[in-house]
Ligand binder design. Structure first.
Ligand code: KIV
Length: 261
């Protein structure tokens, strides 16, 4: 998949699959799968580093994960997420960060919100760097939203998101993530844009779907949001394998002589 395929897939009514990834091992699995593209998301701050929000993600944290993922998934289109405030410190600092992300192996970057970011998005795009937008429940604004809440539920906030989506398309974004908004709003946005939308908690009528790797595989033992479908009982499968290893060590059934030198 390359940048041109995103538009082709929307035009041909083919859905786009995207999964987050933060490390070399998971990247190798994704590289061998049919998943279309990988997001090295700032959700790394929560999923890998145990923070309650994505606010503590830093540029160095994202570069660290991005470098591991690009090594493990050389055949995938990889989008690097710009972390909290990293694109709000003026053009030159933002471009410095974008430069580092691209040199670390990203093929595109993602940033949250529209409005005041439009000029910077336009500048990044004009520098030859594909930009993915992100609207709705933009987690970096969790404190402004008063928590992780579904966005665009009333008419005025819904119209605002529609306007923002149009402005992101005009600024040159190649796709937009729509997170936790009502499915009919996601449908309206998807139908009113030329570029594809990729939903998470935004229902079935977007151009594609994204999930967090650990969520998709049921590897997290935390409260699951309504939108999540897990494709593996990963947490319990891993836990029971660990417990079997523990048992076999304790009762001396591992290792046997055949597993010894
Ligand atoms: O950081 C992330 O994982 C994301 C996705 C949830 C879209 O932004």
């Amino acid at each position: 998949m390359n940048i041109l395929d995103f538009q082709k897939m929307k035009n041909m009514n083919q859905k786009i699959s995207m999964v987050t990834c933060y490390d070399y091992w998971s990247a190798q699995v994704l590289n061998s799968s049919y998943i279309d593209c990988i997001l090295v998301g700032d959700s790394a701050a929560m999923v890998i580093h145990g923070y309650k929000t994505t606010v503590p993600a830093t540029v160095n944290m994202m570069l660290f994960h991005l470098k591991a993922v690009t090594k493990g998934a050389p055949n995938k289109f990889i989008i690097g997420d710009l972390p909290f405030c990293s694109y709000r410190k003026g053009l030159s600092k933002t471009m410095g960060t974008v430069d580092e992300m691209m040199k670390a192996g990203a093929h595109a970057i993602k940033l949250e919100g529209a409005d005041d970011n439009l000029k910077i998005i336009h500048h990044i795009v004009k520098s030859g760097i594909p930009v993915m937008g992100h609207l709705g429940l933009t987690p970096q604004s969790v404190h402004a939203f008063g928590g992780f809440k579904v966005q665009g539920k009333d008419e005025s906030s819904a119209s605002k998101i529609i306007e923002q989506a149009k402005s992101l398309e005009e600024a040159g974004c190649f796709a937009i993530v729509l997170e936790c908004i009502p499915y009919l709003l996601a449908q309206t946005i998807t139908e009113s844009l030329t570029i594809p939308t990729i939903g998470i908690g935004a229902g079935p009528y977007t151009s594609g779907q994204v999930l967090v790797f650990q969520d998709l595989l049921g590897l997290q033992n935390e409260k699951r949001p309504k939108f999540l479908k897990t494709y593996l009982d990963g947490f319990n499968l891993v836990k029971s394998s660990l417990n079997r290893f523990n048992d076999e060590v304790k009762n001396n059934t591992f290792p046997i002589i055949e597993q010894s030198y």
